[in-house]
Design a protein around this ligand. Sequence first.
Ligand SMILES: Nc1ncnc2c1ncn2[C@@H]1O[C@H](COP(=O)(O)OP(=O)(O)OP(=O)(O)O)[C@@H](O)[C@H]1O
Ligand SMILES: [Mg+2]
Length: 363
Amino acid sequence: MGNVSINKLDISYDTTFILNQLDLSIEDGEFVVLLGPSGCGKSTLLNAIGGLIDTTGGSIYFDGNDVTWADPKDRGIGMVFQSYALYPTMSVEKNMSFGLRIAGVDKETIARKVDWAAKLLQLEPLLKRKPASLSGGQRQRVAIGRALVRDAGIYLFDEPLSNLDAKLRTELRLEIKKLHQKLKSTMIYVTHDQIEALTLADRIAVMKDGVIQQLDTPYNIYNKPDNLFVATFLGSPSMNCLEGTLYSNGGKVTFFSADMLLDVSDYQFMKEPDDGQHVTMGIRPEHIQTLEADKEDANLVSGVIELVEPMGSETLIWTRFTSQQTLSHSVSSELVFAKGERVNVKIEPSKCSFFDTETGFRI
Ligand SMILES: Nc1ncnc2c1ncn2[C@@H]1O[C@H](COP(=O)(O)OP(=O)(O)OP(=O)(O)O)[C@@H](O)[C@H]1O
Ligand SMILES: [Mg+2]
């Protein structure tokens, strides 16, 4: 069991509110990632759930029980941090069993749990070793093992992979995902790595300045961002943003930006836009369709290539489409494009996101 419900949570240091009236509901067995820039309050929220910091106001429930003031050790949680903080003089086995030994759990149970966790994390051959003789990835696996033996219903991870190199990070990320599929426990995972968030999460909570901007599936966070912050925080390179004006006339909607004109009637506006509404159009580089030859199309846009960046599997092209703006669009690396060349692209309205420029909200 691992349902988490956070109601109107306030956390402040002195007079500064880090979290203000934050609500968050997490289903039993769900993998929720807290994603956001440095300082936005991810660790603060995680530590409040874990009971490591006092709340200023609001309440936290696990499976309907109020744990707002419960001791961390009574919450039924396992925590894994960025710095694995293993005891250097203890073997892997002793490190993993430390918490259980302190809690007075009997030897047989300890041995069974350590065996189980070691098997799950492929640590069996390393049980007798000391942390100094382990790689970073192995150490982090021991730290995860230490949390697992507690048999918790809820696991909290605070950037567990950020100290590891890129290759290890990818490997361990996969292991954490498999672990979640096996254990089916609730996992709340803090990161500022968008790939980790997109690959691991059932739902992502994108945070900014202590406020959850959007809590949604990775697909919706990436493809249907609720506001400009979410739209531009995810994606590398980031979503192209074009400011312009919408003209609405009897069901036909056109978007006008500098000297670019697009028929965007097929876009699913949440409500009919105002005629003359000032908007920002977002389109991801991979959603701009680059046409190989001259083709006639209603939403065809033509521009001159300013920069070509080969990225390995694909090539990123920066093209000037309006007098004011270049847009990035990706093409297969098999195709050859050169600086100075004229190129035609198609912008599909259904692939775009429109935001009210003033409020930043999706429309
Ligand atoms: N003990 C403290 N006293 C005062 N301010 C604090 C304290 N701990 C954190 N803060 C502030 O609270 C804000 C949120 O910090 P938090 O550690 O939750 O951010 P974060 O999103 O985890 O960032 P990062 O990605 O850098 O770890 C920051 O502005 C930080 O300076
Ligand atoms: Mg943090």
